[in-house]
Each structure stands twice: as C-alpha cells, then as structure tokens.
Design a protein around this ligand. Structure first.
Ligand SMILES: Cc1ncc(COP(=O)(O)O)c(C=O)c1O
Length: 419
C-alpha cells in the first residue's frame, strides 16, 4: 500500500469508528500503539484530544437522525467522544473483547457493570480479598437496592460453587489478589459460572492484558482501574469495562451515557499514551519485582515474602508458560512480612527516602504501604488475620527505578531490625 493510500484510508470519514488493526491480527504492541486513531483531515501523527462537550450537525434533519439513532456519530461527550472512543477501541482489542466502555474511575466501571447487568433480588458471589471500596459498594450501596453479595476465599473453587444460589447472577474475582497475590484458576471458574447461569467478571487491574487476558480464558467481563498500570505514571483516574457487544456495548454503556460517569477526553489521551508502552512496562515491572522478591526472600529480617513469580508462591503454577499458566509473569506487586509487627513494618517504611509512601500502585515510581493500617485498616483484626494481612506485612508496588536503588532504600530500614 502506498503512503498516499495509507493516508487516504486513515482520513476517510467513512472509517470513523473503524480504525486500522482492530481485527486482532497484528501483534499486541502494534495494536497498543496503532488501534483507535483515525486521522482527521489535518493529518496529525499523534491522537488529538477532542476537548468538546458537544458536536455540531449539518442540518436539523441530521440532528434528528443522530438523536433517533438512525445514523451513527457523536452527539454529546457524556455519550461518546472520539478520544475516549480511541482508548475504548484500543483496550477492547488488547483484552480480546467486542466492546469497551470507558469510565471516570475504576469504581465507576464496577458500579456501571452492576447497574447495567443486575437488578433488585440478584446476588453476587465475590472473592473476599477485593479492593476495599468494591466491598463497600457491594455491602453498603448495592445491598441498599436489594443486590446482596456473599464472599468466598479467592482460590477455593468449592467455596465459589457452594456460595452460588438460584438468584446468583454474577461471580466477581480480583485475581491476583491484593496484597498477597493469591489467584483463582479463571478457566474453571468461568465454566462454573456458566454451568450455573452466571456471568464471570474479573478485575484485571493488577495484570492488565499485557500479562493476563481473562476473556480468552472464558470470563465474560473484564474490569479495569485504568488509574493503575494502564496509565502507568500516576497521572489520572479512570476505568473501563470490556466484554461483548450486548452486555458492555449496550447495557453497561447505557448506564454510563445516562448516569454520566464518563471518561474525560484529557484522561483518555493519557491512557492512550500509557497503553503504547504497556507491554514493555509490565515486563519491566515483573523483572524488577522478581529480583526484589528474591532479595527480600533471603534477607535475615524478612519473615516471608509473597510474589507469584517465585516458585515459593502457592499459586506459581498459574504463572509463566506451563500448562496451567494464566498470567505470563508475576507482575509488579509483592508483599513481605517483617518480624516485630506494626512497629517494625512502620520502621522500614519510615526509613525509606525514595519509595513513595502511598497506597496507589501501577506507577513507574515504586510505592510502599502498610496494608493493615491503610488499605485493609477498616477490616476487623480477626478479618485481617483470616485474610493473612498481618501487622508486620508491607506491600510494595515495584516501579521502574533501578533495582539496586530500590533495594538500597529498603536495606536501610531492614538493617535496623534484629533478624
Ligand atoms: C483492584 C482494584 N480495583 C478497582 C480499584 C478502583 O479504581 P479507582 O481508584 O480507579 O476507582 C482499585 C483502586 O485502587 C483497585 O486496586
């Protein structure tokens, strides 16, 4: 194809909404870089930010046809926006889904999914070790409208099966879990869901499609907090739901366009840029985290470390290229315990000079947090104990700084502890 033809094709207004490479035949990184951008007549090389609240029609008849849904096209940015659509198309192809709906946050993605697909009287079975706000959404707000949730230990397929009731409609799994990186085998969980007439949603924010693609393993829906690795540089908040054209493209989209937790085009542009380097970053996060886990595992002050990329992790068989593997590498999150409980853990955290003391994750900057007093602080001590979140546990979202500098920052505090 000549350069002239390539340019003509990308500028063709008839192709709006049909960017090149969406058919999934190109490689992952090619799609992460190229899908979604349909050049305007200006011939811009980088995706434009469509900073506009509404769109103009050429006539009253065109406006009427657009509103009636008789002709495709943009109306108002709460409904659709070209920059947001570019991000949706790009993420959909990376996850292997027919449709993607972008949202203002990861929590908005979970809310829109539940409002779009569930009704009063329906029941959810969820893994216990999910993000705290997700638990709050299920237990406080969805329960208020008569949608109730039961919790099960993530890896225990028998517990999932036992918790399903006649009115269960949705199984919700966050795998790997935070902060212990426990996992559930997605394929059998999807089979269980379908045998019992339920949908399976997987929160894939820790792995991203660069490491794990739940839809290809049988899940029906993938949820993202794009705030994490999809952006990758801690710049903005966003979310997404990926799945089939009916459930996501119509039912979940209907909630977002009506209720309005839509993604801003500015944020969509940042997420588009984030996706371009996703594969490289996820591999680099995994490499750094594996090196750090090995180093921590042999440190005299460390009482145990949890990283799924290491053979020592109970669910390591689900990582890599083996017959049961569902995620290609361990990802960037690890946890480790120090002897001496909260006081010792806080001492290690407070001795750092480079690592950021913050609960966010998925950033090029490494972050460190004490789950028992922050992300999991609202759980009762008994519930924390049951979840394996001890007072001496520290979570690190391993960033992309040089591994020697990350180790040196931790060595300072660890060296102060008696081993
Ligand atoms: C696994 C997981 N899911 C969902 C969310 C919610 O995402 P957001 O903060 O973008 O609303 C988070 C946020 O930390 C998370 O860690």
């Amino acid at each position: 194809m000549s350069e002239q033809n390539r340019f003509d094709r990308d500028c063709d207004p008839d192709l709006v909404g049909e960017s090149p490479f969406t058919d999934g035949t190109a490689g992952f990184s090619t799609r992460a870089i190229r899908v979604g951008h349909v050049r305007t007549a200006e011939g811009e090389h980088c995706e434009p930010i469509f900073a506009t609240s509404s769109f103009v029609f050429s006539s009253a008849a065109e406006a009427a046809a657009r509103f009636a849904g008789e002709t495709p096209g943009n109306i108002y940015s709460r409904f659709t926006n070209p920059t947001v659509r570019a991000f949706e198309q790009r993420l959909a192809t990376l996850e292997g889904g027919e449709a993607c709906v972008a949202t203002a946050s990861g929590m908005a993605a979970i809310l829109a999914t539940c409002l779009g697909l569930l009704k009063t009287g329906d029941h959810i079975v969820s893994s216990r070790s999910i993000f705290g706000s997700t638990t709050m959404l299920f237990d406080k707000y969805l329960a208020r409208v008569g949608i109730h949730t039961s919790y099960v230990p993530l890896p225990d397929l028998d517990a999932w099966a036992g918790a399903i009731r006649p009115e269960t409609r949705l199984l919700f799994a966050e795998t790997p879990s935070n902060p212990l990186a426990e996992m559930v085998p997605i394929r059998p969980l999807a089979e269980l869901a379908h045998d019992r007439g339920c949908l399976l949603a997987v929160d894939n924010c820790f792995c991203t499609p660069a490491l794990q693609r739940p839809l290809t393993l049988g899940a029906d829906l993938v949820i993202h907090s794009a705030t994490k690795y999809l952006d990758g540089q801690g710049r903005c908040v966003g979310g997404a739901v990926v799945g089939d054209a009916k459930r996501v493209g119509e039912d979940v989209f209907g909630v977002v366009r009506t209720a309005g937790p839509s993604m801003s085009p500015f944020n969509a542009w940042l997420f588009l840029k984030g996706l371009e380097t996703l594969k490289l970053r996820m591999q680099a996060h995994s490499d750094n985290a594996l090196a750090l886990a090995r180093w921590l595992g042999s440190h005299r002050a460390v009482a145990g470390e949890h990283y799924p990329g290491r053979e020592t992790h109970p669910h390591h068989h689900l990582v890599g290229t083996g017959p049961h593997a569902q995620q290609s590498s361990g990802g960037g999150i690890l946890a480790f315990a120090v002897r001496g409980g909260r006081q010792a853990a806080w001492q290690v955290i407070d001795a750092t000079r480079m690592l950021s003391i913050t609960a966010n994750l998925g950033d090029t900057k490494s972050t460190i947090t004490h789950p028992a007093s922050t992300t999991h602080g609202r759980l009762s001590p008994e519930a924390r104990e049951a979840a394996g979140i001890g007072e001496g546990l520290i979570r690190i979202a391993v960033g992309l700084e040089d591994i020697a500098d990350i180790q040196a920052d931790l060595a300072r505090g660890l060296g102060q502890l008696s081993g």
